[in-house]
Design a protein around this ligand. Structure first.
Ligand code: BGC
Length: 263
């Protein structure tokens, strides 16, 4: 079984699990450490190292980042420390953790997981995956092929960007009711639909578990479905990216330490 560690870096938590790259299923428990504040590159790299040690894993690692990533370098930092901009995070993680890394945008990873094993499996045409969390992440697919780093959460709607009106964080911070927040999400999806006429929207992020609470406020033409992997989609997609990037590596977890040390 080809298993790879997938790590999902978010604004408040860094989550990870070992994933079977052949079916996207988690084969270890889901681990979490807090995202250090401030979330500078060296501090986050140390937290990633801690998580890898907790997983008792050695091998190639796929890791998401909540911003634009091009060839391993971070080009934006909307919800993390600005020190990430221009940082070669992939090389930093390689050096600090001492294992090969591939780094990609969090929503792109989540979208890949959903298109290959989840809610978008086999779906042709235009599919937009959106993750509602601290920000709004997006992944655009045409016939299953990703257009990376789309950043639709930063589309302007009135005087604000979409994620400043309709992210899950805004719902929580402003204590918006499902109906108030649902209407904001509906405005956003209507806007996206006017621009892209997608065949399907896949809704991810932690809030996707509560899909039934807000779907009644969504009045769009495209099919709309919750993510199959809910908030784990980023972890799964990260592990899939490692499997694709390091196909010949025999990865895997170390045998559990009999003394129960977790590193
Ligand atoms: C970032 C995206 C990211 C999303 C979800 C946005 O603020 O610009 O790159 O995918 O948050 O984390």
């Amino acid at each position: 079984m080809a298993t790879f560690l997938g790590i999902d870096i978010g604004g408040s938590g860094i989550k990870g699990a070992v994933v079977n790259a052949a079916d996207g299923e988690l084969v270890s428990e889901r681990l979490r450490v807090d995202t250090p504040q401030p979330s500078t590159p060296p501090a986050v790299a140390q937290a990633v190292k801690t998580l890898v040690e907790m997983a008792a894993y050695s091998g190639p690692i796929g890791c998401t980042y909540p911003g634009i990533v091009k060839n391993g370098t971070m080009l934006s930092a909307a919800n993390v420390d600005a020190g990430w901009i221009g940082c070669d995070g992939q090389t930093l993680f390689n050096n600090v953790v001492g294992m090969p890394f591939i780094v990609l945008n969090d929503a792109d990873a989540a979208g890949e997981a959903e298109m290959v094993f989840g809610a978008g499996k086999g779906k042709m045409g235009v599919v937009i995956m959106l993750t509602f969390g601290t920000g709004i992440g997006s992944a655009l697919f045409l016939d299953g092929k990703l257009v990376p780093n789309t950043e639709f959460g930063h589309l302007h709607m009135g005087s604000k960007i979409a994620e400043a009106r309709a992210s899950a964080r805004v719902k929580e911070e402003k204590d918006l009711s499902w109906s108030k927040w649902g209407k904001r999400v509906n405005d956003y999806l209507t806007h996206l639909e006017r621009i892209f006429t997608p065949d399907m929207f896949i809704i991810g992020g932690g809030i996707s578990k509560r899909f039934d609470r807000f779907i009644k406020y969504i009045k769009i033409n495209a099919e709309i479905v919750p993510a199959h992997f809910f908030n784990d989609a980023g972890i799964v997609g990260a592990a899939m990216a490692a499997a694709a990037r390091f196909p010949d590596t025999s990865a895997g977890r170390k045998q559990p330490d009999p003394k129960g040390r977790s590193g």
